[in-house]
Design a protein around this ligand. Structure first.
Ligand SMILES: Cc1ncc(C[n+]2csc(CCOP(=O)(O)OP(=O)(O)O)c2C)c(N)n1
Length: 615
């Protein structure tokens, strides 16, 4: 990644290619908050940052990441802010302002969208943000193009003094391709801030003035888009055209080949905003029928339809608005094949293939401390009341909503569990109301929510599931870990100290693997008259496994096992299996946490003396 090897080729994922592109473009500052499918961009940059003399950080949330990148760009250095699609909701506030101040050094904002919501709470289409902020957006169809676009985006950003966005989707971020490498510049720009109050201080009439300026700058972007090679027409000649962008372009090409169609033109749009309007308008004159194939919202289609109004002719436009392309979920070659065969009225002859992928349930890992915390929470709540409500949040602990624990009733987006819980009590719900949150989520979004609960005297109990990492996105460090993205030592910021500092009078820390104590403390927290916090702290089982290796597993002593099945039906560790009409523990996955032994009412689970693999 860090080698300056012009014209060499390397197999890179889309995310690695973006990181490489940023490095080749001379990026000096990069910040992000983890989120699938964007995470590997910052990880790749962090792994080479020191070697290349660039600064890379995991910020505590996306608004911080973009603010930091914008500050660096104000000083004339090139900077990058990286986030998943919903992260841009957090960063949208600084985005909507930095598009008015503009920047000096190139500023690239990467948003990685998740059509199909593979690992997200929604499938919002962030192309719309480019129109909202009115800044350029590029969308690659694969890693090579992603790298090329990043480099050009930095140049464009500096040319028009506006931030530029790059939008990827899961398939582009995670697919790998041979990517041609370029040179890595070694010279570094000296940061300089030229004070300009009428530009950087957005108040009074400055926003309106800067808005006018922005519109002028975007005219330059339009000119650039008109001649950009990222918008290209392939296979000219016929009277039918498919307009597409991003990974949908790959599906279209594949589907046309499968249909054996050679007389359909493909207009690949790489510059989502501003579109090359004159070019499209001119092109449309030569077609009778156009199909727009894009994922999620009809962003291109709406504009193509508007442009068709200008040309006047009798162009037939199909897409999502005509009901020909699905609006929800991601596309794939099969779905595009179906769309194209209807559009082109070409019969689809398909070999039926069997879906052999095993259906897997979502579950926490063996030994995950969150399972024990959730079990303890459920037990404590049961002791207090037959009815209760638990508001969840985003992270591995959210899996406690699923069987068999089923302890979480609702979850929206990062940080909202506390607010939801407060709202329920304010609505008059007369039940124990608990909010749960992970440690990374607490630092990201939970702190102001808790502060609000304290300030407004809301009686809720907050359980902080502290596994000392951001587990769900791949174990990134956060302020509680004592390490930065670049591997430097840092202070360890403890959630319990923050909670006490904020004014919570009941704050306790428990080890969730000490089940009896955890149940006891959580019960007291629920009974406490005021906001209460329990920090359930134990290192993520996977991180522990990597650091310390595997503990001796547990096993079932069948002479004591009554077959009650509580360990499976109520605790649900995937290492506990049902085999030959009896409970057994798979020693290859059991990590020896021993919590199941605390749950077993007949003392039938004990640490194995001799480990025999292959139960
Ligand atoms: C605004 C936003 N940014 C990023 C994400 C991606 N994401 C999902 S959960 C999570 C944090 C998980 O860490 P933590 O709260 O510590 O819980 P854990 O998974 O470790 O149990 C992140 C970053 C998201 N869903 N929303």
């Amino acid at each position: 990644m860090a080698a300056s090897s012009p014209d060499k080729v390397a197999l890179l994922s889309g995310n690695e290619a973006i990181a490489r592109g940023a490095v080749e473009a001379g990026v000096q500052v990069a910040a992000g908050y983890p989120g699938t499918p964007s995470t590997e961009i910052i990880e790749a940059l962090a792994s080479i940052a020191e070697h290349l003399g660039i600064y890379v950080e995991w910020s505590v949330n996306e608004t911080v990441a973009l603010s930091l990148a914008a500050g660096a760009a104000f000083t004339g250095v090139r900077s990058l802010a990286v986030m998943k699609h919903v992260g841009l909701n957090w960063a949208s506030d600084p985005l909507m302002s930095v598009c008015l101040t503009g920047i000096k050094g190139g500023l690239l904002v990467v948003t990685a969208d998740d059509p199909g919501a593979h690992s997200s709470q929604n499938e919002q289409d962030n192309r719309i943000y480019a129109y909202l902020a009115n800044i350029p957006m590029l969308e690659p169809a694969g890693p090579q193009e992603a790298k090329d676009m990043v480099i050009e985006a930095f140049d464009l950003s500096e040319k028009i003094a506006l931030p530029v966005m790059l939008r990827t989707t899961t398939r582009v971020s995670h697919v790998s391709e041979n990517v041609r490498l370029g040179d890595i510049p070694r010279d570094r720009r000296q940061a300089r801030f030229e004070k300009d109050f009428g530009r950087y201080y957005l108040a009074g009439k400055t926003p309106v003035r800067r808005h006018m300026w922005q519109l002028e700058q975007m005219k330059k972007a339009e000119e650039w888009s008109e001649s950009s090679g990222f918008n290209r027409l392939e296979n000219e000649g016929g009277h039918t055209c498919v307009i597409t962008s991003g990974v949908s372009y790959c599906y279209v090409k594949e589907a046309l080949a499968l249909l054996n169609v050679t007389d359909v033109a493909v207009l690949k749009i790489g510059v989502i905003h501003p579109l090359p309007k004159s070019r499209i308008t001119e092109l449309m004159k030569s077609f009778d029928r156009v199909l727009v194939v894009e994922e999620l919202e009809p962003v291109l289609e709406v504009q193509i339809r508007a442009l068709a109004q200008i040309t006047g002719g009798s162009l037939e436009i199909s897409g999502k608005m005509s009901g020909d392309v699905p609006r929800c979920d991601e596309l794939n070659t099969d779905s595009v094949l179906e769309v194209l065969s209807c559009f082109l009225r070409k019969e689809l002859v398909r070999e039926e293939t069997e879906n052999r992928l095993p259906q897997r349930l979502l579950t926490m890992c063996p030994g995950c401390p969150h399972r024990a915390t959730s079990y303890a929470l459920k037990e404590a709540l049961r002791r207090v009341s037959s009815e209760y409500v638990v508001m969840g949040d985003i992270g591995c602990y959210g899996l406690a909503a699923l069987p068999p624990l089923q302890i979480i009733d609702a979850s929206l987006c990062m940080g909202t569990g506390i607010g939801l819980a407060c709202g329920m009590t304010r609505g008059g719900l007369d039940l124990p109301v608990v909010a749960v949150i992970g440690d990374s989520t607490f630092f990201h979004a939970g702190m102001p929510q808790l502060l609000n609960a304290i300030y407004n005297n809301s009686k809720i109990t907050l359980i902080i599931y502290d596994n000392r990492t951001t587990a769900m996105t791949g174990f990134q460090p956060h302020p509680g870990v004592g390490k930065t993205a670049m591997g430097k030592q840092s202070v360890v910021i403890k959630p319990e100290e923050i909670c006490r500092g904020m004014g919570v009078h009941f704050v306790e820390v428990v080890d969730p693997h000490d089940l009896a104590k955890s149940i006891n403390i959580i019960e007291k927290a629920i009974a406490f008259n005021g906001p209460s916090v329990v920090v359930a702290r134990r290192l993520c089982a996977i991180v522990e496994l990597k650091q310390k290796g595997k503990e001796r597993p547990y096993q079932v002593d069948l002479s004591n096992c009554t077959g009650c099945g509580i360990c499976i039906s109520q605790f649900g560790c995937p290492s506990i299996i049902w085999k030959n009409e009896a409970t057994a523990i798979d020693p290859s996955t059991c990590n020896g946490c021993g919590v199941c032994a605390q749950i077993c009412p007949s003392g039938a689970i004990q640490r194995a003396k001799v480990v025999r693999y292959g139960v």
